[in-house]
Design a protein around this ligand. Structure first.
Ligand SMILES: [Cu+2]
Length: 430
């Protein structure tokens, strides 16, 4: 039939066209988390030897993981309050300052982020049930912020921290005083409630631990693990004093009219999954000794559920959202909804180098390489594997190179650009 060559032409045109589209897509769009483009990247990369900081030995890693660049934030080290006496009553007084900060997700991969007290996660507040707490909150950053006390119920409505519902957003340069009674007891949290999913993921989250008046159970060790996600590709903050709207597509006006503020919600494209603000292997290892009972306080401050599986052990779950369960239950995979907290214990009875991690899809344990993301090592003292030593070195070189790739393509805010500005807030400091 005479029309066959015409169809053949169409088919050929279609094939060539498809290949062209795939080629352009590969060049232009963010495919570097896929295995194919990872392979392309490796071909492009020249071997680079990074002398400083040297990849640590595993021994150093367990004992001094802070050798790897971090911003000194550890939710297991609580912030100490000032004690005020008013009318014969004791008040635990905290100063919390919102600031932009340059945060390192892993070696060499830094992003301008939001913080409380320049820490991601924010400092842990460790309280006794019934404590009277006062927080002086000062906004030294470039965006409006508030603090919501997540799980604290003995609090007046006007201190709940919801912008445009219980208070005006706290603008840069402004102060707001929060007060509450530390009740009920258990694992709680605090976070900014302005464009909440975005500002939390940008770094404004921390743990509150309220010890009950009559503690019935004690642990040999305790770890607080806060789960979040992050949009690495679109993270940016304004310069000091500049009222910068947030959004992936440029400066959308959140100042609708001069007199009236209105937040433009941000739709993130999540590409990092973090425990205490870090991606594996830069997450803090849970160092344990054989025979110990270890209490983990999981706090999911992310905007999606996370299913945390432990290898070689089982959890004994005693509390949800800080409330003691009528009966503890045993499980090895714990689904933690957004905003939920679980107290999960395990008995260190199986020596080795184990992991715990989110078992979900969507690249939760990848970040250009694998394993990465929402994963932490459980390291019995004295146990090492040569695989892991080699992996640490590869991960280090890889993350440094990711940053080079990003700079080359101009897709990301280069770490060096906003560094100084993000950290130094200039006038009006506190
Ligand atoms: Cu905020």
């Amino acid at each position: 039939m005479a029309d066959i060559p015409g169809r053949l032409k169409l088919i050929l045109l279609f094939i060539i066209g498809s290949m062209l589209v795939m080629f352009i897509d590969g060049l232009v769009f963010d495919n570097y988390n896929s295995r194919e483009s990872m392979a392309m990247m490796h071909m492009d990369m020249k071997p680079v030897i990074y002398a400083d900081p040297a990849p640590p030995s595993q021994k150093d890693y367990w004992e001094k993981f802070h050798l790897w660049p971090t911003d000194e934030s550890d939710p297991d080290t609580p912030l100490e309050p000032e004690i005020l006496i008013e009318n014969g009553k004791e008040i635990k007084f905290y100063r919390i300052v919102a600031d932009n900060v340059l945060h390192e997700l892993r070696a060499g991969v830094k992003r301008p982020m939001f913080s409380f007290n320049n820490q991601i996660p924010a400092p842990t507040l460790r309280l006794q049930e019934g404590d009277h707490v006062r927080v002086e909150f000062y906004n030294n950053a470039t965006e409006p912020h508030t603090i919501h006390w997540h799980g604290i119920n003995n609090i007046k409505n006007e201190h709940d921290g919801v912008p445009d519902v219980t208070q005006e957003p706290v603008l840069p340069g402004e102060t707001f005083i929060y007060e509450f009674i530390a009740e009920p007891s258990g694992t709680k949290a605090y976070h900014c409630h302005v464009d909440a999913p975005h500002h939390i993921n940008m770094g404004m989250f921390g743990a509150i631990i309220i010890d009950p008046k009559n503690e019935t159970v004690t642990a040999d060790r305790e770890y607080t693990l806060i789960l979040t996600e992050f949009d690495k590709k679109h993270a940016h903050v304004g310069y000091p004093g500049e009222m910068m709207p947030m959004g992936p597509d440029g400066p959308l006006p959140w100042l609708i009219t001069p007199g009236r503020k209105f937040m433009m919600p941000f739709k993130p494209k999540i590409d990092e999954f973090l425990i205490n603000g870090k991606s594996f292997p830069y997450t803090k290892p849970l160092v344990v000794k054989e025979g110990e009972w270890v209490r983990i306080r999981f706090v999911n401050m992310g905007s999606m559920p996370h299913s945390i599986h432990i290898h070689g052990h089982e959890y004994k779950v005693t509390h949800r959202d800080g409330f003691e369960l009528p009966e503890p239950f045993h499980t090895d995979t714990l689904l933690i909804g957004s905003g939920e907290r679980y107290d999960a214990w395990f008995e260190a009875n199986n020596p080795g180098l184990w992991i715990m991690h989110d078992h979900g899809g969507l690249g939760v344990t990848a970040g250009g390489y694998d394993p990465a993301g929402m994963l932490a090592a459980i390291a019995y003292e004295g146990h090492e594997t040569e695989f892991f030593t080699q992996f640490l070195e590869r991960a280090h070189v890889y993350t440094e190179n990711i940053e080079h790739m990003d700079d080359d393509h101009g897709r990301l805010t280069p770490a060096t650009d906003l560094g100084g500005h993000g950290m130094e807030m200039g006038e009006g400091g506190h």
